[in-house]
Design a protein around this ligand. Sequence first.
Ligand code: ASP
Length: 401
Amino acid sequence: MKIVRKNNPILVIHGGAWAMPDDAVAAHENGIRNALAAGWAILSHGGTAVDAIQASIASMEDDEIFDAGRGSFLTRDGRVQLDALMMSGRDLRAGGVASVERIRNPIHAARLVMDRSPHVYFTGSGAESFAAEHGMQLVDNEELIIPRERERLAEFHRDEAAGYPDLTFAGIALALTGPVANLSTRRGPEDRSGSRQLPEAPVPQPPANPISESTRPIAATFAAAPHIEEDHLAPDPVLMQTAVDGAVEEGLPAELRPLDPTLHSHDTVGAIALDTRGNLAAGTSTGGTLSKSPGRVGDSSLIGCGCYADNEAAAASLTGWGEPIMKLVLGKWAVDRVRSGASPQQAASDAIAYLQARLGGRGGIILLGPDGRLGIAHNTPRMAWGLATDEGQQIGTVRHP
Ligand code: ASP
């Protein structure tokens, strides 16, 4: 059958938004390159957006550099628990799985839920049984755990016991340049239980920091969203807590806590695509956050939070600190702004600005409209991203609007 080429296909992917250090860039770009190749091989030959995003995401799940599939972060008690969602923009069909421990490629299980079930979402052992009944091989949880992650968890628990803050998303550069840097509250994590004061912070100096390029995206993001007023910053309790954490970062003596964000990477993966028939699709897959409580589910696999697709508006995949993203239902929020006439880039920038202004959240988004316009934004120092079109491919770890 001859394929009617209604659209030029487009594939956009991400590999997590966080304070990625320089020495992690090459491995992430390599993973992004492979994932683009897997999805583009399908999309460029007239394949569907759903098949393309599934292939890209499976490629990143198979790559241990990402927080998805084997090699994901461990729960507090040392297990891998995976979440994934995919959505078809043509008919709004969606399929998701959460807290699965015995599935190597949860995006394949999400596809099965979408295609073969009247339901949208399965969790835990129910999701695993459903996948097994539909031909997927279940693995032992041990097979998904790699030594690097055991070490990372042990390190995290040591740091936590010592009261060190988690610099995962912000890095020091963002704490000094974002709006939270102006707030004066100075308490550390210990103060939440009232046990110990951290030292008074010195006047912040510009950081001698390999990721100082990160200051540009956030400034540009806020410039792009003038309707979000500074007034919104002060009273929100979650934002205040972020200010607290930012102040701790500023005040922490260097000898006490060298900047080492490699300890707490964030490499959730996602893909969005527009196929030659004009259909959109989106998918997101994650191992969640480091040392999460067993059973915790983040934004990634929740419809409208970390993922959404509607041919009449846009497709979106998000990454970042899941709880604030969930509270804002940010994927649907961004898609609806495109539906209301905003360009995908404007909507992406606005979504990330809203995330930060309303809840102090950190993260990134990729957004694609049915007309092929796209948006990429993040307020973390880096976000691994890739783009494939008929014109060629682009890969990066910082994206300026
Ligand atoms: N959003 C994910 C979660 O909270 C984490 C990430 O994107 O890195 O589970």
